[in-house]
Design a binder for this molecule. Structure first.
Ligand code: GTR
Length: 324
């Protein structure tokens, strides 16, 4: 079923939806444009919900930041103004300390390592941490690896970052990460990055292939170096207010449909990464792939020391690193 859905999306064929009216439509926020893998995956979850609840529950995805930038939509989800939200863990760092650990630079060896950790009991522990913040953590999605891009010159070594101004997500951890690499960080909403680079307020930003491409950032920052400093999971959360209104049966259906959407998202993600990479290469971006990551990893020692301060967090880092 998942394969059929993904194939239908990729080929642009219409996806059959269940033709029943919905009693409750959950409003879900996403910063990305229509068709982006996260948006499509939450829509797929909505189709599952509609079918599995006989039309009691549906989802409407408000894509393209229609409900606001991530930091603001997180607050609105906590207040119950927005029912669901698909967000990167980055903007949660200053709110929920447990989200800092899977957001640490180079904590994951690969996307596969990240998925294994977040699909397992460590992921469940981190999802549970959202409950203390008026949110229900439903599932983790992929977002590949984030790397630096800028408008000024190619980055061939850590020294080349010196003095450049990079936008980061609104997370103190990421500000410290960029400072530790010798560059300057400016926390800024995603939607302001393009004009920020274009007007020279910042020299660049950092993100994965699909976001670098879908935002058009490659048009204004053509030097992209695959240092892959972050493999940050994304999370699908629900407002606790909206969740508590559901029957126990429907809560279980929501949780299961969210988990079932993960595989759909991953397949769409892998396909989109390839398309985005090709697009930006064709457009003339200069990509540095053979960067020595060790100096970047070494530079993160003070960042780990600053954020991993309790025995519980030290243990969590060690447990993540021990996962094969
Ligand atoms: C993307 C992520 C978005 C948003 C964005 C950003 O990779 O999917 O949710 O967090 O990065 O940098 O703001």
């Amino acid at each position: 079923m998942i394969k059929t859905f993904v194939t239908a999306l990729l080929t642009g064929a219409a996806v059959a939806s269940v033709s029943m009216a919905c009693e409750t439509t959950l409003r879900s926020s996403d910063t990305h444009a229509d068709g982006y893998p996260t948006v499509a995956a939450v829509e797929a979850m909505g189709d599952m919900l509609k079918e599995r609840t006989d039309g009691r529950l549906c989802i409407e995805v408000f894509h393209s930041s229609q409900l606001g930038q991530e930091k603001d939509t997180i607050e609105q989800t906590q207040f119950g103004v927005i029912d669901m939200n698909r967000v990167s863990l980055g903007p949660f760092n200053n709110i929920i300390p447990a989200t800092q650990v899977p957001s640490l630079p180079y904590i994951f060896r690969s996307v596969k390592h990240m998925n294994t950790v977040m699909d397992g009991e460590i992921g469940d522990e981190i999802l549970a941490a959202f409950e203390g913040y008026d949110l229900v953590g439903l599932a983790f999605y992929d977002s590949g690896a984030r790397s630096f891009y800028n408008s000024q010159h190619p980055i061939n070594s850590i020294e080349d970052l010196a003095g450049l101004k990079f936008r980061v997500q609104q997370s103190d951890l990421f500000v410290d990460m960029v400072s530790a690499l010798g560059a300057n960080a400016t926390p800024m909403p995603f939607g302001e990055v393009y004009s920020g680079i274009q007007t020279g307020v910042i020299d660049g930003a950092e993100n994965n292939w699909p976001s670098y491409e879908s935002t058009g950032h490659f048009e204004v920052a053509k030097y992209y170096t695959l240092d892959q400093h972050l493999i940050v999971p994304e999370v699908l959360v629900m407002s606790k207010t909206a969740f508590d209104k559901l029957s126990a049966e429907d809560q279980a259906i929501v949780r299961q449909a969210a988990k079932d959407s993960v595989q759909i998202m991953r397949e769409l993600w892998i396909a989109r990464e390839a398309v985005s990479e090709q697009l930006v290469r064709d457009a003339g971006s200069e990509i540095v792939t053979d960067i020595d990551k060790q100096p970047f990893i070494d530079a993160m020692v003070p960042v780990y020391e600053k954020y991993i301060t309790s025995p519980e967090l030290v243990d969590l880092v060690a447990r993540i690193q021990a996962v094969e």
